[in-house]
Structures are given as structure tokens and as C-alpha cells.
Design a protein around this ligand. Structure first.
Ligand SMILES: Nc1ncnc2c1ncn2[C@@H]1O[C@H](COP(=O)(O)OP(=O)(O)O)[C@@H](O)[C@H]1O
Ligand SMILES: [Mg+2]
Length: 511
């Protein structure tokens, strides 16, 4: 009778913990039991492992096998523990080397024929193993490229349980098998559309560049066909490349949701556009058993676009308030809390009324006035409060189309260079503060002595406040946008022009 142990990783949110997998063979009635808080998919590992081992030509012992996953209090999900369990069992009856399996962290789900299936969450899992000082991981061959993205750790890709057993010293001849490869779903915006496609609509084009430069959230209001969706899709292309830490985070989230990574980290900001029928769990993450990231997390360090925003259920929209505030989503379960990053840039688009024609000019609106009022009121005040840029988008006219034909239009690449420069200027100014982009800066700081603007610059804005045309909150938003305009234009601080332009960029709907 014998005992053996090896390691696997349990993920909760993006953080992982090392799990020790112990197998013990005892002389009781034959059987195989799994203890240590496994979920339903993991409890079925006993059947998968027994069948896979038999079909690989290295069957498990006929005696009683007890498998313990520790620490027992840590919830463990999914089928990614199969390989570790199978190898611990084989090592317990000395089919393979106990010393060798004890030194390696194993990942992978087994197919019944003994081949290894690619498993979600390999990147954060291998990063955890590396962080905890492990030097070798064994992964399904379909995940090998993804695991190799983690520096300073030895990665062994295996196609089947038999190959894994042979690597660990089993005395068996190799049998080549057809490996199961990962299917990589291309990221949603494979080719980023260009800003130069937008004709006319100069306000909206400027607003988009300012949103990118200052990290401001945007609300686009306008009739159908005004180009709201078209504009929003061009925002990710204006954002700078992800820095190394963000790139790892975005790639880890993608790996966790099982979409596959291929052989490179993601370096461009993601774009997520959930449909308006999305549930709260789809938006912020959740699910029973394993807690999965939602669209808001998938959009982290990129853009979350809510098209036809008033059509979303209010609880779904309100669920976004916590991540907008903190940049994180915490999902609580009775036995665990999962944290996911969710610092996205929000873009919402809406028609002005249910029929969409209000204020469009050509067709008249058929909605009763109170239906029109109720429509936009579905987006709650606290959510709108966080949106700096609120813009009316108009349909372009035939005259604008003709006029625009000959003019030079801004391309995404040239705009991105200016965005990068503007962000660098803001980061330098905010160097001694906890913030990096203008959208994060609270109002009192902007009105405080070190950066207060001269009365001559803010005269127009002060007048609007006096007349009640704008609230204090609106005042702060205008200041934030004015600073971004100054950064974008390469000025050291905003003048009356930038403040005036900023007032215009948020004349949209609320004050
Ligand atoms: N300013 C514009 N320049 C170029 N094409 C435009 C413009 N506005 C609208 N379009 C065209 O109209 C189509 C519909 O626009 P869309 O973004 O779907 O409008 P909305 O979302 O406001 O209903 C776009 O695909 C685009 O081809
Ligand atoms: Mg649209």
C-alpha cells in the first residue's frame, strides 16, 4: 500500500492557490473516493481518471483509492485537476516515480481515451505556480504555447496521460496519439476600424479623441443611423497599447473565460459589446460553481460599449456602478469571494426616444411626451454622473457629405500618437497623486490651489453655474475635459478656449 502527492492550482477570480493532491491506497473494499470540497465536475474526476488510465494502458490499482485535495476549505472547481489526480494515483502504487510527480505542478482535463484536453485558466494558473516558487509545470499540449508565455518556469506539454506517465518514469513504450488542440476564438475586434471612415460629425470625432486621451466615459445620444455604433467601435483603436501589467491581466481574463490565447499576449485594448438582453451575471460575472468573469471584466483596460443603453434592465446597468467606482468587481459566494479587475471605459449609446426620431428632423416622432421622458430616465442618475462626455450626435446632411469629400480626415493611427502624448502629459502632472488620467481626478483637487485656473479662463463656466445652467458636478466635469483638451493640444494648462469647448462637449443631456 502506498501514498503519493503532487500539485495543482485552484483559481478564484484571477488569484490562484496551490492545491496538494494526495492519493492513498488502502486494503479496504475496492473503490475510489475524492475528498476536499470538490464541485460536481471535479467529483466526476474519479470516473474520468479510471477510464482514462485504463485506456492509456496504465490502469489504476484495484484496491481502495482515497484522493484528498488540500487545503480542504478552499473551494475547487472544474476538470483541471484530472491530470494531477491520475498521476498521484499512479505514483501511489509506484507505477511512476513519487519523487518526480511531487516536484511538478499539473494542469489538464482528461478525455476517456487518456488524451489531455486544453483547460481554461492556464495563464493565471501557471503564473500562480511561478509566483509560489515552482520550477516545472506539466500542461496539455494544446495549452503549451499559452503556458510558455509565463517567464522563468519550465513547461512540459503532453498529449496524453500515457506520455505524462512515461515522463515521470513509467516503464511503457510510447504510443503516438492525435493531440487535442485548443480552438482559439479570435478577439471580437480583430481589425480595428479606422476613424477616417467617419465623415462630417467633427464634434463627435473630437469627443472620441478626447475620451481616449483622458479616459473619459462617453454617452452618445442621437437618432438611428447617426453613426453612434460606428463611432463607438472606433474608440479602442485610439487607445494606446496595453502596458505589460495590463496585458497580462487582459490575457489572463481571456484565458479564464476559455476563449484561448494562441501564442502571444494580448497587447491591444479589448472591446466588449454585450447585447441589451444581457443578465447581471453576464455583465459583471458569476455563475454557479466556478465564478466566471463577465463582460465588464472582459472589457477591463478597454472599452465596454452598451448600445441602446435604455433597453438594458436597470439592475444590470446599476451593477456597473461598483466597478465604475473602484475598477474591481467582487462576487461573493457563501464559501468564497472572487475578485476580477474591471477598469473599463464605458461608452453608452441611446436613441432620444423609443421610436428614435425625436429631434431628427426628417420624420416626426410618434412617442407620447411622457414615454419620451421615461425612456432616458431608465439610465439612473448615479450612472450618468460618472460620464464626463455626453454628446448629441446628429445625422450628417448631404451638404456635409459633399463638403467633407475633399477634406483631410484624422486617421486612428495619427490620433493614437496624440493620445499617447496627451496621456503622458497628464501622467506627469498627476505624478504625485494616485491618479494617472484626467477622468480619475476628483473635482476638489481640480479646483484646489495648485492647479486652479485663472478667473478669466473660467468666466463662461462660472456664469453657467451662476445662472443654474450647470450643477457643481457638471462644473467639475467641464474642468476635467478642459484639462484633457489642453493635454491633447500640447498646452500646459487650459485657457478660455478649452473651457468653452469642454462646455460644448457635455451640453448633451444633463447638467
Ligand atoms: N458620419 C458618418 N460617416 C460615415 N458613415 C456614416 C456616418 N454616419 C452614419 N454612417 C453610416 O451609417 C451606418 C449606420 O450607422 P450606425 O453607427 O449604425 O448608426 P446608429 O448606431 O446611430 O444607429 C454606418 O454603418 C455608416 O455606414
Ligand atoms: Mg446603433
Amino acid at each position: 500500500m502506498g501514498i503519493a502527492r503532487t500539485h495543482a492550482v485552484a483559481l478564484l477570480g484571477l488569484t490562484g492557490a496551490l492545491v496538494e493532491v494526495e492519493a492513498d491506497i488502502s486494503a479496504q473494499l475496492p473503490g475510489m473516493i475524492l475528498i476536499g470540497l470538490p464541485d460536481a465536475a471535479l467529483s466526476q474526476a474519479t470516473q474520468r481518471v479510471r477510464a482514462a488510465a485504463a485506456n492509456s494502458g496504465c490502469p489504476l490499482t484495484v484496491h481502495r483509492l482515497t484522493i484528498n485535495l488540500s487545503p480542504a476549505a478552499l473551494p475547487k472547481h472544474g476538470a483541471g485537476f484530472d491530470l494531477a489526480i491520475a498521476l498521484a494515483c499512479l505514483a501511489a502504487d509506484s507505477t511512476i516515480s513519487q519523487v518526480s510527480v511531487g516536484k511538478v505542478v499539473h494542469f489538464g482535463e482528461l478525455a476517456l481515451d487518456g488524451r489531455l484536453r486544453p483547460t481554461p485558466g492556464i495563464l493565471p494558473g501557471v503564473m500562480t505556480a511561478a509566483r509560489l516558487g515552482h520550477t516545472t509545470v506539466m500542461v496539455p499540449i494544446g495549452n503549451e504555447a499559452e503556458a510558455r508565455l509565463v517567464p522563468d518556469i519550465r513547461v512540459i506539454g503532453v498529449a496524453s496521460l500515457r506520455d505524462a506517465a512515461i515522463w515521470h518514469g513509467a516503464n511503457l513504450p510510447t504510443i503516438p496519439v492525435e493531440p487535442i488542440l485548443a480552438t482559439t476564438v479570435p478577439s471580437s475586434l480583430a481589425a480595428e476600424p479606422d476613424l477616417a471612415d467617419v465623415i462630417g460629425n467633427d464634434d463627435a470625432i473630437l469627443a472620441l479623441q478626447i475620451a481616449a486621451a483622458g479616459g473619459h466615459h462617453v454617452f452618445l445620444l442621437g437618432p438611428p443611423g447617426a453613426g453612434k455604433t460606428m463611432l463607438a467601435a472606433r474608440l479602442p483603436g485610439l487607445l494606446p497599447d496595453l502596458d505589460p501589467a495590463s496585458s497580462l491581466e487582459v490575457s489572463s481574463l481571456r484565458s479564464l473565460s476559455g476563449l484561448g490565447l494562441g501564442d502571444a499576449l494580448i497587447t491591444r485594448p479589448p472591446w466588449e459589446a454585450p447585447h441589451h438582453t444581457a443578465t447581471a451575471a453576464a455583465m459583471v460575472g458569476g455563475g454557479n460553481g466556478q465564478i466566471r468573469p463577465g463582460a465588464a471584466s472582459q472589457a477591463s483596460h478597454g472599452v465596454l460599449f452598451l448600445d441602446e443603453a435604455p433597453e438594458f434592465a436597470s439592475p444590470v446597468l446599476d451593477a456597473l456602478r461598483q466597478p465604475l467606482e473602484s475598477g474591481w468587481i467582487s462576487i461573493h459566494r457563501a464559501n468564497a469571494v472572487a475578485h476580477f479587475p474591471a477598469s473599463f471605459q464605458l461608452v453608452m449609446a441611446a436613441n432620444p426616444c423609443p421610436c428614435g426620431q425625436y429631434g431628427a428632423g426628417d420624420l416626426s416622432c410618434t412617442c407620447p411626451p411622457n414615454a419620451r421622458r421615461r425612456y432616458l430616465a431608465r439610465i439612473s442618475g448615479p450612472l450618468l454622473d460618472r460620464i464626463d462626455i455626453q454628446l448629441n450626435v446628429k445625422r450628417i446632411t448631404a451638404a456635409q457629405l459633399r463638403l467633407a469629400a475633399g477634406t483631410q480626415r484624422v486617421t486612428s493611427i495619427s490620433a493614437r500618437d496624440r493620445v499617447v502624448a496627451a496621456r503622458a502629459a497628464a501622467a506627469e502632472r498627476l505624478g504625485s497623486t494616485p491618479w494617472t488620467v484626467n477622468s480619475q481626478v476628483p473635482g476638489p483637487w481640480l479646483r484646489g490651489a495648485p492647479v486652479r485656473l485663472a478667473p478669466a479662463c473660467t468666466a463662461g463656466l462660472d456664469r453657467a453655474l451662476e445662472r443654474g445652467g450647470i450643477t457643481m458636478r457638471g462644473y467639475d466635469r467641464v474642468l476635467r475635459i478642459a484639462w484633457t483638451l489642453a493635454d491633447y493640444d500640447g498646452l500646459t494648462s487650459p485657457g478660455a478656449d478649452q473651457v468653452g469647448q469642454a462646455l460644448y462637449l457635455r451640453k448633451g443631456m444633463t447638467s
